[in-house]
Design a protein around this ligand. Structure first.
Ligand code: NAG
Ligand code: NAG
Ligand code: NAG
Ligand code: NAG
Ligand code: NAG
Ligand code: ZN
Length: 334
């Protein structure tokens, strides 16, 4: 127990600063998604990507992690802390079921954030900066929600307080970090010659084949969460001997845990990429039809005003004529 506390202090910084797939995971998801955007969607979101990034969606995918990171945003990071709780949700330990009204009070969790930012992105009552932030948050959170431990247990803060050794007996790390980055890094090193581009090509083929999710609703956030929760209970918190991982002892995980879990990481990255693309493509369509209907509304208003002016003008002319006629009648009858 005292060892855990020691590690807790040692890794306090990590606990504070690690909020999702590492930059590589988020960048891969955004790249997978961008490869599948309709050209109209792509040019729409391009408006929001700073021009020196040449429309590269991957380059903004980790922004929500960076703004709350003392090291990356030393002057402003405090101002963004409210957004920290939007990167994840937690369920009661081993409860294995996500219930919005219990686990996402006042929408302050990743499900609420996904809803919030997909609405704000296409709601023109928000200004350019607000919509840009909505896009950056949305791209990031679609990634986070597919990292199973972003829907992990409350008792250990989604695996942040479960500490131990992964492949390496010298450096203790937490389980959340194993899932954010470690498994993926070792996977890329071993199976893809340390070349992220090769890994990307492989994930892209997965996205088109196995995990091509036909007939999904573009915004079924609850389904994505339920999947993460079920992986959490089925495999994430179980060691090689199917013994439950928890904060009371250090884990020692290696070859077997790695082999059992990298396929799930591939699957979640591919799913996130495909779902992010279909979400953005659909939002782009919703936005166009919204824009069209507001244009039609404007047209109708203009027509009504025109018609009203016409009616008043006609009426005015008629009344004027009638008055003149009366005057004339009065004059002639006298
Ligand atoms: C783009 O511009 C921003 C702000 O001027 C700067 O912080 C960032 O480093 C630039 N990025 C690249 C890739 O040039
Ligand atoms: C896009 O951004 C990502 C993440 O910053 C970077 O790794 C990648 O090289 C960029 N791609 C291009 C084509 O600039
Ligand atoms: C919705 O977005 C706004 C602007 O970023 C933020 O202030 C608010 O906390 C968000 N709410 C949720 C539930 O994400
Ligand atoms: C173990 O950790 C050390 C220190 O961080 C690192 O240099 C080394 O590469 C790691 N070994 C493996 C097998 O990951
Ligand atoms: C998808 O929807 C179409 C049309 O509703 C249906 O014909 C098809 O069987 C569905 N495919 C799957 C895999 O559910
Ligand atoms: Zn995150």
């Amino acid at each position: 127990m005292s060892i855990s506390i020691f590690y807790f202090i040692l890794f306090y910084q990590e606990i504070l600063y690690v909020f999702g797939w590492g930059p590589i995971g988020h960048s891969l998801i955004a790249r997978l998604a961008q490869s599948q955007l309709d050209s109209s969607t792509n040019s729409w979101i391009n408006n929001y990507i700073p021009s020196n990034l040449s429309g590269n969606l991957s380059a903004i995918a980790s922004w929500p992690d960076e703004i709350i990171d003392l090291n990356k945003n030393p002057f402003d990071y405090n101002k963004w802390q409210w957004s920290h709780e939007l990167h994840f949700l937690t369920i009661p330990d081993w409860n294995c079921k996500y219930i919005s009204r219990r686990d996402c009070l006042n929408n302050r969790c990743i499900e609420g954030a996904l809803k919030n930012y997909s609405e704000r992105l296409i709601d023109n009552n928000y200004d350019y900066i607000q919509q840009q932030q909505a896009l950056f948050f949305l791209v990031h959170f679609v990634g986070d929600v597919h990292q199973p431990l972003h829907c992990g247990f409350k008792g250990d803060f989604g695996g942040h307080n479960v500490i131990g050794f992964f492949f390496n007996k010298t450096n203790p790390i937490n389980l959340h970090y194993v899932w954010d980055s470690e498994i993926m890094n070792i996977h890329i090193n071993r199976h893809f010659q340390s070349d992220v581009n090769l890994y990307y090509e492989y994930l892209k083929s997965l996205m088109f084949n196995q995990y091509f999710l036909i007939n999904e609703t573009y915004n079924d956030y609850k389904k994505w969460i339920d999947e993460s929760v079920s992986y959490v209970c089925k495999q994430v918190y179980l060691d090689d001997n199917n013994i439950k991982l928890d904060i009371s002892r250090n884990f020692v995980l290696g070859e077997e845990y790695f082999n059992r879990n990298w396929p799930l990481i591939d699957q979640r990255l591919a799913q996130a990429g495909r779902r992010l693309a279909s979400l953005l493509n659909q939002l782009s369509k919703n936005r166009s039809s919204k824009k069209l209907s507001s244009e039609i509304q404007t047209l109708i208003i203009i027509l009504c005003i025109g018609l009203a002016i016409g009616i008043f003008a006609t009426l005015g002319v008629y009344l004027y004529k009638r008055k003149k006629n009366r005057e004339y009648d009065v004059l002639t009858s006298e």
